[in-house]
Write a protein that binds this ligand. Sequence first.
Ligand SMILES: [Zn+2]
Length: 468
Amino acid sequence: MRILGVLLLFSIACGAALDDATRQLSHDIFRELIEINTTDSSGSTTLAADAMAKRLKDAGFPAADVQVLGPMANKGNMVARLRGTGTRKPILIIGHLDVVEARREDWTTDPFRFVEKDGYFYGRGTQDMKVDDAILVTTFIRFRREGYRPDRDLILALTADEEGGQSNGVDWLLKNHRDLVDAGFVLNADAGGVTTAKGKPVNVDVEATEKQYADFELTSLNPGGHSSLPTPDNAIYHLSDALSRLEKAAFPVELNQVTRAYFERRAPLENAQTKADMNAILHTPPDAAAVARLSSDPRYNATLRTTCVATRLTAGHANNALPQTAQAIVNCRILPGHSPAETRLELIRIFNDPKVTVRYIGAIGGSGHEEDSKGFPTVLPSPEVLGALEKVAAELWPGAPVIPDMETGASDSIYTVAAGMPSYGINGIAIDQDDVRAHGKDERVRVSAYFEGVDFYYRFLKSLTTGR
Ligand SMILES: [Zn+2]
C-alpha cells in the first residue's frame, strides 16, 4: 500500500503517462531481477532468465516463443519473440542479465536487495543493466496484454557474461541458434541513454559505433646475471623506456561520420571555448590548438583517436638478480576502420626497440577480434531508427538533442555487428553526468528516471513498428 501511495503521488507530481498497474508491474520485475544474484563468481543468469520467462508466459506468450537456453547450467539466456505481421525483418533487442561483482562491506545497502531511498532505487544492476532488462520485459508484457501486433517480430534476448566469464550469451546464441535471434537490426539497451545535470535533461545519446578492444603483451628478455655486476642491457630498462615513449606518443586524430556528428551536435551544449574548439576540429585539417585543448578531457581525447595505455607490469625474479624477463600489458581502444595488426605495427614503431617484442593477445578472456578485423562500421543510425528516437525524445525530454556517439568501451554489439546486423545502443534511462555508478558502489537510479525509461521503450518500439 505504501508503495502504491507513493507512486500515485509521484505520478501526479510529474504528470507521467504510466498507469498504476504498469508502475507496479515494472517495479516488481525490477525488484525481482536485482534480488537474483547474477555475478559470474556465485550467481546464475539462468535463475533470472527463468524468472523473466515465467513472467512472459504468465502474460500469455506461447511457451514455444519463450526459451531459456545456454551452454551451462548457470549461464542461461532467455529469448522471447513477440510475433508481428511480418512485413519486415525482425528487430532484435539485447540486454545482459549478468552484473559486476559487489561486496556487501563496500556498499551502504545490500547490493542484492532492492532498496528505495531518497528518491532512488539502489542495488547492483540499477544502472548496468537490470534496469533496462526490467523495462524490456515490462514492455513485452504490455504489448502482449494489449494484443499489439508490430509490423515485424520483436525478439528479446536477455543474456549471460557481458561483464566477464567465458560464456557470452550473445556470441553463443549467434553461433548456436542464429535462427532464434536473426534480425534486420539490433537495439542494445546497454548503451545510449539520457544525460542529465541535476536531473535536467542535457542530451539523449545513441551509440552508433564502438572502438575495438585489444590487449598487447610486451616482453623484454635477457640472460640476466648477478645484480652486483649490472650491464646497460637490462630487460626492465628496455621495457620501461618503451613505456615512457608510449606515454609521450599520441595516435593521430581521425574523425568519422559518427564522431563528426557527435562534435557537431555536442558543440552548442558546451561553453564558448569548447564550442569553438569542437567547431574548429571539424575543419580539414583540424585546428591543432583546438585538438590539444579538447584532448585534455579524457572523453574527448578517446573520441578523437586510438588510445593505448600500460595497464599491467611484471618483471624480475629476485631482489639480487638482473631481470631475465620484463613484461607489460598495453590496452588499446582502436578507432573503427583500423585493426589490431595495424596498431601492433604502430606500437613497434613507437617503442623503436628490437629488444621489446609486441604480441597481440586479443581481449580479456581471449575472446577478441581477429588480428586484422577493422571493427565497427561507422555509419549513422538509419533514418527509421533516428527518426523514432528523435520523436519520442522530443516528447519525453523536450529540448535535449539526440546525439550519435562512439562507445569508447565495448559492449555485446561487437558480436551482433560481426554477425552482419547493424546495432544501435539506445535506452531511456536518465543518469546525471556526475552520478555514473555502473560497476561501482551504491549503484542507483532515480525512481522517476526508471518510470520514464519504462514509458520510453514502450513508445519507442511502438513508433518504430507502426511507423508513427
Ligand atoms: Zn552493461
